[in-house]
Design a protein around this ligand. Structure first.
Ligand code: PMP
Length: 496
């Protein structure tokens, strides 16, 4: 077993902690004239420096002796104290496994300690080999967050053990969100691994973020060092009282978990990718994430933009709130996601002749019935209008460009004259045998549009007269509306 005391900064190992007379006296019955307190007042006395009652209650909850538990002013204080116990400013370094909780780096910066950032794998697990080989003699702490903020997933425990065994420093596992992941925790492992510190908090599942109580669970030597370094009275009397009450009452995360499932399904219905979550938050991907976050904030829904973090491109994080709050979020988000009508041209907007299937002269030009009324209706309902059309052989001798544009430009003009414009027009000029990536039913034509447009997949559709249009719809992951060849457009989209 490692002697963790050798990892303490020398000044901390030699530190004589601040003591008060109260620690050696009977505070309940004594005449207390030792601490220059006021004899009167609701909160006239300093708190118990060791939060004894709170720690005893937490000890019952986690099944670890209270001598292995330290109580801090939130787990953020614990994180800072760990730096102050183990990391020599300007010399030592720590490892963060990114993307992860930002306070590890902020605390490192405050304490003038270097950070080595190692990426989590693509499924947000630890790359154990890379992490261990990044350790240098002055690496003192590896921070593991499980479930990880902001990715939401649990970290495999065998990887944490591999770090504990392979690393000659401290492995901190931040379990702020662990209660949402079920009845699991690495807390008891501190009895076996002397270099393991598990941090916990009352801020999440226990619903007491405002009380500011968090814990470190570790071997007694580390707990003693934390007690020496902390401010003498780090958890206020009201916080200790309320925390004790909260711990007696217990917590219930069932409604948060069921809301998490509901919000996740709703986001997936919109067609958004949602990361798996073992925590009380969800991460979803949406094109133009930062704009969406800002727009939500403008209508009073505040969520977190995580898109600038590594491996978190276009990711937004939402904490699970009450049913009402989650519904507000979903409603406002739905308004921001674009409903898109992808519209085929020939046989749907313009009449398609059944001889050469080519609209290459003004004689063949005919706008189909119901087009103007139908496009107006879609616009009124908030749809983006996007034309997607295959024009086989466009630009070849049999279908010169100018003939195509004669017709296309007239259509655009005629529609503009009645106030209708397409938001985008995508044209594939290839033959089927060209095997291009854009020809319907492939989605090459609209891929960039899909990647850059926050789209409501549940409300969007493709309308066309061919089976390939329906296949395009299914390849995009939206509804297909099949119209009759050269039919009435308004009738076709009547049930859109
Ligand atoms: N760890 C993680 C991973 C967190 O996300 C947070 C809060 N956002 C904390 C610790 C800090 O919690 P506390 O309120 O206990 O300081």
């Amino acid at each position: 077993m490692k002697d963790v005391t050798k990892l303490f900064r020398p000044n901390i190992a030699n530190l004589k902690a601040y003591t008060s007379a109260r620690q050696t006296a009977n505070a309940d019955t004594g005449i207390l004239l030792d601490a220059n307190e006021n004899p009167r007042g609701r909160y006239n006395r300093y708190p118990d420096p060791y939060s004894t009652e709170v720690r005893n209650l937490y000890s019952d909850f986690v099944g670890i002796p209270s001598s292995n538990i330290f109580a801090g002013s939130g787990s953020d204080e614990v994180i800072d104290l760990l730096f102050r116990v183990f990391c020599e400013p300007k010399r030592d370094c720590v490892i963060t496994l990114d993307p992860t909780y930002g306070m590890y780096r902020v605390c490192a910066d405050i304490n003038d300690v270097q950070v080595i950032s190692i990426m989590l794998t693509d499924d947000f697990q630890i790359d154990v080999e890379t992490t261990l080989s990044a350790c240098v003699p002055d690496t003192k702490i590896i921070f593991v967050c499980s479930p990880n903020n902001p990715t939401g997933n649990l970290i495999r425990e065998q990887d944490v053990f591999a770090l504990c065994e392979g690393f000659d420093g401290i492995v901190v596992v931040d379990e702020a969100y662990i209660e949402f992941a079920g009845d699991i925790s690495l807390a008891k492992e501190v009895l076996g691994y002397k270099n393991l510190v598990v941090t916990r908090t009352l801020s999440k599942a226990w619903g007491a973020a405002g009380v500011r109580v968090g814990f470190a669970i570790a071997c007694e030597e580390i707990i003693d060092a934390l007690n020496k370094v902390k401010p003498p009275y780090n958890v206020p009397v009201p916080s200790q009282e309320i925390a004790a009450g909260v711990l007696r009452e217990g917590f219930d995360v069932t409604s948060i978990l069921s809301e998490r499932d509901r919000v996740k399904s709703a986001l997936q219905m919109f067609g958004l990718t949602v990361l798996p979550s073992d925590a009380n938050f969800l991460v979803f991907k949406v094109p133009n994430a930062s704009d969406i976050q800002r727009a939500l904030q403008e209508c009073g829904v505040v969520i977190r933009d995580r898109s600038s973090m590594p491996k978190m491109e276009n990711c937004l994080r939402i904490s699970i709130g009450t049913t009402y709050e989650n519904d507000r979020f979903l409603t406002e988000l739905a308004k921001l996601l674009k409903k898109v009508a992808f519209i085929d041209r020939d046989g749907v907007i313009l009449s398609e002749n059944q001889i050469d299937f080519q609209n290459d002269s003004l004689e063949k030009y005919e706008m189909l019935p119901g087009v103007i009324e139908g496009l107006r209706k879609l616009r009124k309902e908030g749809y983006m209008l996007v034309m997607v059309t295959n024009q086989d052989g466009l630009g070849t001798d049999s279908f010169p460009e100018e003939n195509f544009w004669l017709v296309q430009d007239k259509m655009i003009r005629d529609l503009r004259d009645v106030g209708i414009e397409f938001d985008d027009v995508f044209i594939c000029p290839h033959f089927p045998q060209d095997n291009c990536e854009c020809r319907k039913p492939k989605i090459g034509m609209v891929r960039k549009f899909l990647d850059t447009t926050p789209m409501n997949y549940a409300a969007s559709f493709v309308v066309g007269d061919r089976e390939s249009d329906m296949e395009l719809a299914s390849n995009i992951g939206i509804r297909g509306i099949k119209g009759e060849l050269n039919g009435n457009f308004l009738t076709t989209i009547a049930n859109a």
